[in-house]
Each structure stands twice: as C-alpha cells, then as structure tokens.
Design a protein around this ligand. Structure first.
Ligand SMILES: CC(C)(COP(=O)(O)OP(=O)(O)OC[C@H]1O[C@@H](n2cnc3c(N)ncnc32)[C@H](O)[C@@H]1OP(=O)(O)O)[C@@H](O)C(=O)NCCC(=O)NCCS
Length: 175
C-alpha cells in the first residue's frame, strides 16, 4: 500500500526500543497533558515506557508494531495486538488496535485514515473479522476519527492510567 506524502510503512525492529519509547512518550504527553494531572500522566509514562519495556514489546509474538516513517524518522505507529477481546466485541476472530499515534504534523492530513485502512487490510488478510480498540472518554478527536473510520461505540472498558482506573470507550469495526 502506498501512503500520502511519501511516508513508508514497516514493522518496528526489536533494536528500536529506545526510539519507540521516546516517540511514544512524546505522543502521550501531547495527547494527555491537558486532560490528566501531570503527576498521574508521568506515573503512567514511567510505568509504560522505557527502552527495555518497548524492546520487550517489539520482541513479543502477540503483537505487531507498525511504523510510518519519513526521512526524519518515525511519524506514526500502531500496534496490532492479538489480545482477548471484551465480551461486547461480537466477532469470531477480532484483533485489538493497541496504540494508534501520529506526530501532530500529520493530524488532519489523511495519514491516519490511510494507516487505519492499512491495518484493516492486514487484519483481514490474517483472517480477522473485526478491529477493536479503547479510547479515553475525553479524547473527542480520536473518537470522531474512529467513527469516520467505521468504528461503532459498543460500551466501556476499564483501563488503569497512572495507577487509577478509568472507563475507556470501547469501539469495534467489523471487517
Ligand atoms: C487520533 C488521530 C489518529 C486522528 O487522526 P487525524 O488525522 O487527526 O483525524 P482526522 O482529522 O481525520 O479526524 C479528526 C476529526 O475529529 C474532529 N475533532 C477535532 N477535535 C475534536 C474534539 N475535541 N472533539 C470532537 N471532534 C474533534 C475533527 O474536526 C475531525 O472531524 P471532521 O473530519 O468531521 O472535521 C490523531 O489526531 C492522533 O494521532 N492524535 C494523537 C494520538 C491519539 O489521540 N491517538 C488515539 C489514542 S486512542
């Protein structure tokens, strides 16, 4: 599949744990620092991101981490996670979109839609019949984007952020 603006898609390599952690932390701070208390956000970041943790994720066999890259480096990443789906996901062989983050330079430019369509194509080819994901209740932009991409809000799902439980919104897209 070809991507807009000359971006290229590939799988992240296990030796990119450092790069993955740094890119993900920057995207998390941008996305959540206006909604969560700084202390809680930093607690979450400390528990979820380090070169060791991301290296382990890149070596894990239950997920594929795809990267959109340009000349300057990583521009977006998405995690296709073969995780047990919550009961509200009615499908035979669903797969989770575990993380979906773009550098802000690409917001609103069609890159996210192309990346999501790539995920749908890859998932279909692997025999999956649905995509599911969780999104923070206050992340209106992501919710609107997922709805435009064909996802339907089917319920809530608990998510621990910085040691405190939240009820994320659960979305499903049948393939
Ligand atoms: C979420 C993300 C992937 C969406 O990609 P995008 O290119 O920004 O999406 P689009 O511009 O195609 O669509 C966003 C829509 O939300 C709307 N929107 C923007 N801010 C909004 C808000 N606060 N509340 C509701 N809708 C909002 C936009 O107007 C647009 O809708 P429209 O096309 O009908 O006008 C991208 O913004 C991103 O990477 N954000 C940071 C990381 C993130 O939040 N990831 C999701 C984690 S679950």
């Amino acid at each position: 599949m070809s991507f807009p603006h000359g971006l290229r898609i590939r799988r992240a390599r296990p030796d990119e744990g450092d790069r993955y952690a740094a890119f993900a932390v920057a995207r998390f701070r941008e996305t959540y620092d206006t909604g969560y208390e700084t202390e809680r956000l930093e607690r979450h970041i400390a528990s979820a991101f380090s070169s060791t943790l991301q290296r382990a994720e890149l070596e894990a066999t239950d997920r594929d981490t795809l990267v959109l890259a340009s000349e300057r480096g990583w521009e977006a990443f998405v995690v296709l996670h073969r995780e047990v789906a919550p009961p509200a996901v009615v499908a035979t062989n669903p797969i989770e979109i575990g993380r979906f983050y773009l550098h802000p330079d690409w917001h609103g430019r069609g890159v996210a839609a192309a990346l999501m369509e790539h995920c749908a194509t890859v998932a279909r080819a692997a025999g999956h019949d649905a995509l599911w994901l969780c999104v923070w209740e206050h992340n209106g932009r992501a919710q609107r984007f997922y709805e435009k991409a064909g996802f339907v809000h089917v319920g809530t799902h608990p998510f621990i952020f910085g040691g405190i439980p939240d009820d994320d919104r659960l979305y499903v897209r049948t393939l």
